[in-house]
Write a protein that binds this ligand. Sequence first.
Ligand code: NI
Length: 183
Amino acid sequence: MSVRTVLRMGDARLQRVAAPVRDFGGEELRELLRDMCDTMEALNGVGLAAPQIGVGLRVVIFGTPPAQDNGQNLRYPDADAVPYTVLVNPVITPLGEQYEEGWEGCLSLPGLRGVVPRFLHIRYQGHDEYGALIDRTVSGFHARVVQHECDHLDGILYPMRMTDMSRFGYTAELFPGREVQDE
Ligand code: NI
């Protein structure tokens, strides 16, 4: 088990465009994914992108890791369950023009939340850790998580997507009295 340090907004490595993975099934990718999964689980996150632990590759993970899939995520207890997914070299295609606003947090901005507009319906394609194709059409929270994580691969953090900075702040102030995780 190897929990890695998550880089925080302001670190230049979070603003770089990550490189595609070319070697599937190798030990390097396997180790990266193990560390990412351990880190996301330890911080109770709903997603993590490789650049957040300082690795400039187009790899994201999201959803509830199988080990703790009890249908609940402490950061987003109301969210529909998103299956644990390893997504490599992802491509997102918006389906329609419809946007939806929703609160987001990020392990690279601990303690903060903001309202971000995202496409409501998307198709995403990519590969799993073995190179097998993934091709899904999703909506709502699942679509939001994928858009958020894939943005990390292009150096984009969620505040850069916000259109109303009056709905950005510290979780403890935004949602007083509600028990929320630090992240
Ligand atoms: Ni994030």
